[in-house]
Design a protein around this ligand. Structure first.
Ligand code: SF4
Length: 517
């Protein structure tokens, strides 16, 4: 029978220091670890630090490649991100196969959006008139600055100093949170992913799942730093519960609530918000003042059109048949006040761009991001912009062609984004069109432009092309490695040049088939 001292030692000693024979002792290589080893080695490996996004330096072109390389180097993050998003893509495919009229729905959705966009002024006027008769205050904002000022004005009129809000890419686009911080109004995100990003002082990396690039251990680190959870506990239930406990009092005491909108119905003057956490309903219904920020492209003509989009949205986004909450807002509740801010912020201008106007059909489902091999492996924050992935490549340059001039080149142009898009935007063709526009506008680095020009000359002269290939094959076979893999060879930074074949396809064809023609 053990003594009290032995029992205390057994209970209190580090497990790696207990006596031999102790079933809890940790034995490595056939021996028990001594004290130094036991204390110097962590019980579990330190979690991989989260790679941060692209460096944003004013108007300078975002170096997406550099940020993507850092994300890829963080192998746990890259693997998790790739698998998580591919899983969403597969779920989307399963849902799609369960709807025989899927392609018909896509065509219908595309036609409704194109019709609405080409009659936008009329439908916006119709919405405004109907919304006003429902008791909603309607405001118009030309740009991000005007949007922020309008919302600030409404809050000031009500003496509001705190605002709870649900996820809205439009408010990200407007730099809303930093603006509100500068005028002393506290903004609390109520979507869990968005709240994680807010606490970590990071932008959302995905339009639907804002913190999808984070491991559980990253979230544990953020919460331990900001709301005092156990840094070693990355259990999702524990973390979600802790966040709920920390945020709920802020929600209950907020002076105003804010939502975006997924769809705005012209004939009824109403709008619809789709969420999976019910947080938009809290934001809209707990405080008496509700403000909705809505991009002007969100409008659809009639309520019956909503069914088409609701069937496509959640299936495309998360591979689930419905969002958990599809909330219709028709007007202020008794004793409350409701404001809608209709925001342009470059949309009218985009509508006039012949090759790019259909990007306004986007319903922000994120399916193009989930399927994109570049996005899945490089993470949304590597784009250094509000919108990432394929849709980002065609929207971001409309805001600032210089700053986002590298983005349209972050695509393999495989067309998968176009295939999954529920509103049939020709995304990969628009990405390609942007490349042409940017070259014409001289927004492409000199080295890339010169390389493309040289490639164009070479590819248009068969004899010169064949001579160059023969020379390259010889060079690859004989030149030392450092000559091929150096700083000038950007392509070779992450790849090995394949071993040159003994015979080119052209010479094989000439020898074997050429005479039979
Ligand atoms: S472009 Fe299409 S697939 Fe991509 S987010 Fe928009 S609607 Fe979804």
């Amino acid at each position: 029978m053990s003594t009290i001292r032995e029992r205390i030692d057994s209970a209190m000693l580090h497990p790696e220091l207990r006596a031999e024979g102790d079933p809890d002792a940790i034995i490595r290589d056939g021996r028990r670890l001594d004290h130094a080893e036991g204390t110097s080695k962590p019980l579990r490996p330190a979690p991989e630090p989260q790679p941060r996004g692209a460096k944003v330096r004013g108007n300078r072109p975002i170096d997406q490649q550099e940020a993507a390389a850092r994300f890829i180097a963080a192998t746990e993050h890259e693997k998790m991100h790739d698998e998580r998003l591919w899983d969403l893509r597969q779920k989307r495919d399963r849902e799609m196969h369960g709807i025989p009229e899927w392609e018909e729905l896509r065509s219908l959705a595309s036609a409704i959006k194109e019709h609405t966009l080409t009659h936008l002024d009329g439908y916006l006027d119709q919405f405004e008139a109907n919304a006003r008769s429902n008791g909603i205050h309607v405001h118009w904002a030309r740009d991000a600055a005007e949007h922020n000022q309008i919302v600030h004005g409404i809050l000031s009129d009500h003496g509001a100093t705190s605002l709870i809000k649900s996820k809205s890419m439009l408010t990200e686009e407007c730099g809303f949170r930093p603006y509100m911080a500068s005028v002393g109004i506290e903004v609390i995100e109520t979507d869990l992913g968005e709240r994680i990003q807010q606490l970590d002082n990071e932008d959302p990396s995905h339009v639907v799942v804002p913190a999808v690039h984070k491991l559980r251990t990253d979230v544990a680190e953020v919460f331990s730093r900001t709301i005092g959870t156990d840094p070693g506990n990355s259990d999702v239930h524990y973390l979600a519960e802790a966040q709920r406990e920390a945020t709920r009092p802020l929600i209950l005491n907020a002076d105003a609530g804010m939502t975006g909108a997924n769809f705005v119905v012209a004939e009824t003057g109403t709008f619809v918000v789709c969420t999976n956490e019910g947080n938009a309903d809290l934001s809209a219904n707990v405080p008496k003042l509700h403000i909705a920020s809505i991009g002007i492209e969100k409008i659809i003509p009639r309520l019956e059109h909503l069914a088409v989009f609701v069937r496509l949205l959640s299936r495309s986004a998360l591979g689930s048949p419905m969002t958990q909450y599809t909330s219709h807002f028709r007007g202020p509740r008794a004793g409350g006040e409701m404001h809608v801010v209709l925001v342009d912020n470059g949309r009218s201008e985009r509508l006039g761009l012949e090759e790019f106007w259909t990007s306004l059909k986007c319903i922000r489902c994120g399916a193009c991001m989930n399927t994109c091999p570049v996005y899945r492996r490089s993470g949304g924050l590597s784009y250094g912009a509000t919108y990432s992935g394929p849709i980002g490549l065609i929207i971001d340059p409309t805001f600032n062609a210089r700053k986002y001039s590298n983005l349209p080149f972050a695509s393999s142009l495989n067309g998968s984004c176009t295939n999954v898009c529920p509103v049939k935007i020709n995304i990969h063709e628009q990405i390609y069109a942007w490349r042409r526009v940017l070259v014409k506008q001289h927004e492409v680095p000199f080295v890339k432009k010169a390389a493309m020009k040289a490639a164009g000359v070479l590819l248009s002269r068969p004899a010169a092309y064949r001579a160059a290939i023969a020379a390259a094959d010889t060079a690859l076979a004989h030149l030392p490695r450092f000559v091929i893999y150096n700083g000038l060879n950007a392509w070779g930074k992450h790849r090995e040049v394949p071993h040159p074949p003994k015979q080119t396809f052209h010479s094989w064809y000439h020898a074997n088939r050429g005479a039979k023609r």
